[in-house]
Design a protein around this ligand. Structure first.
Ligand code: HEC
Length: 387
């Protein structure tokens, strides 16, 4: 989940590949060569360069990085040969030598099957409302095979040629979002005989529905992981929701991006803390209005989205902390007094007793938690997308 130190070059490489492919798609679109797919220019090839495999196979990633350097130098040599007449022969001779000497990576590792929507990204903003919309759609269309918990044990599962995968694990994070969109709308086929393994829902659902389903499935997978493992192995964002502070007009929770946000669910006593923006999440069953001074979110969808992500039916009293980038990082369970850096549920494997620069953690629990959270930002890379 979080990148290991020293993997910065890999993030850079994956970011570069991603950008280069997106730019290529833009150029094709500008030239009128890309077909529109679900409202955006579609990727015309069957394959794309893969970020996800490079993450797994560092050796191949290194080969690819070096090959890019070799190809870069070869292009430079070609340019020099064009403009510099006298040593032209030497520059030209260098080009094939460089191309032969480059440690080309294996195509089956760096190239993965693409879909026309591989490079599309979600327009929803991961809101509580889209998660709620996704939940309703999931219950109507997907539960029979994938099961209520997404583990693939729905009543129809056993009758299928291929067992539905476990959607409550890391699968959704391994795929590019655009590929998930395509599979929901167009279904999946088995690689051998091309038989339909999951039906497509394009006739029944539109893109907005599919994006909402993806939001819901991710929120659900986060909750299932928390139940099973006690942490969030894949980073999950704080869903966006409308918040009202006193008599001011409502604003979006995401408008505080750049600051740490704490959500307090239910009527638990609440003390402001200058290190965090505190927002009370009002329980749908609560009869008391939130105190006038509080910032509060009151929608049922917001409550349900956070209960889903926290993997609990009893959200009241839970506190959740999101970092400055909007990733949910820590949970305080109901009735628990005080925080410690152990409450960090989305973390890297580094030593807990010191921050990245070696300074010891502050003695106060919340301070220690914040220091560690800030020292280990989420640098999540998935399907070639740096989040
Ligand atoms: C008829 C049973 C069935 C229904 C209904 C169904 N699925 Fe599937 N789903 C499957 C099977 C089987 C697979 C595995 C396909 C494979 O690997 O070839 C799958 C795979 C998936 C995957 C993983 C795709 C990947 O990239 O590996 C996602 C995501 C998914 N389904 C989402 C949904 C959603 C969302 C719905 C509801 C709109 C839904 N499914 C409805 C049977 C079903």
């Amino acid at each position: 989940m979080n990148s290991t130190p020293g993997a910065d070059w890999l993030n850079l490489l994956i970011g570069l590949l991603q950008d280069a492919q997106l730019q290529l798609l833009r150029v094709l679109d500008a030239l009128g060569l890309a077909q529109q797919m679900h409202g955006r220019p579609g990727w015309p090839w069957e394959h794309r360069l893969s970020g996800e495999n490079l993450l797994i196979d560092l050796g191949q990633a290194r080969s690819l990085a070096w090959t890019l350097v070799f190809v870069g130098v070869a292009v430079l040599a070609l340019l020099l040969a064009l403009f510099w007449r006298r040593p032209r022969f030497y520059f030209l001779a260098l080009v094939p030598m460089l191309l032969i000497a480059a440690p080309w990576p294996e195509a089956h590792v760096v190239l993965v099957p693409a879909t026309p929507t591989s490079f599309q990204s979600s327009p929803t903003g991961f809101t509580a409302a889209s998660i709620a919309q996704g939940r309703a759609l999931y219950e109507q269309n997907c539960v029979a095979c994938h099961g209520a918990d997404g583990k693939g044990e729905g009543p129809l599962a056993a009758s299928l040629a291929v067992w539905p995968p476990d959607l409550s694990g890391p699968l959704l994070w391994r795929r590019a979002d655009g590929d998930l969109l395509w599979r929901i709308l167009h279904g999946t086929r088995d690689a051998g005989q091309g038989k339909t393994t999951m039906p497509g829902f394009g006739g029944k659902l539109d893109e907005a529905d599919a994006w909402a389903l993806i939001d819901y499935m991710k929120a659900q997978a986060a909750g299932q992981s928390l139940r099973a493992l006690g942490n969030w192995p894949q980073p999950i964002g704080l869903p966006d929701m409308a918040v009202r502070c006193g008599s001011q007009p409502p604003r979006w929770l995401a408008s505080w991006r750049g600051q740490r946000v704490r959500i307090v669910a239910g009527d638990a006593a609440l003390t402001e803390d200058p290190r965090l923006v505190t927002v009370r999440l009002v329980s749908p069953s609560s009869k008391t209005a939130p105190a006038a001074a509080d910032c509060a979110a009151e929608s049922v969808a917001a409550w349900e989205a956070l209960a889903l992500i926290a993997g609990t039916d009893r959200l009241a009293g839970t506190q959740l902390i999101a970092d400055r980038d909007g990733w949910l990082r820590a949970r305080g369970e109901p009735g628990k007094a005080g925080w410690s850096d152990d409450d960090l549920l989305c973390r890297s494997e580094r030593t807990p007793s010191a921050t990245a620069d070696g300074a010891t953690l502050p003695a106060d629990g919340l301070g220690a938690l914040i220091a560690r959270m800030d020292a280990e930002p989420v640098r999540f890379v998935k399907g070639g997308f740096i989040h």
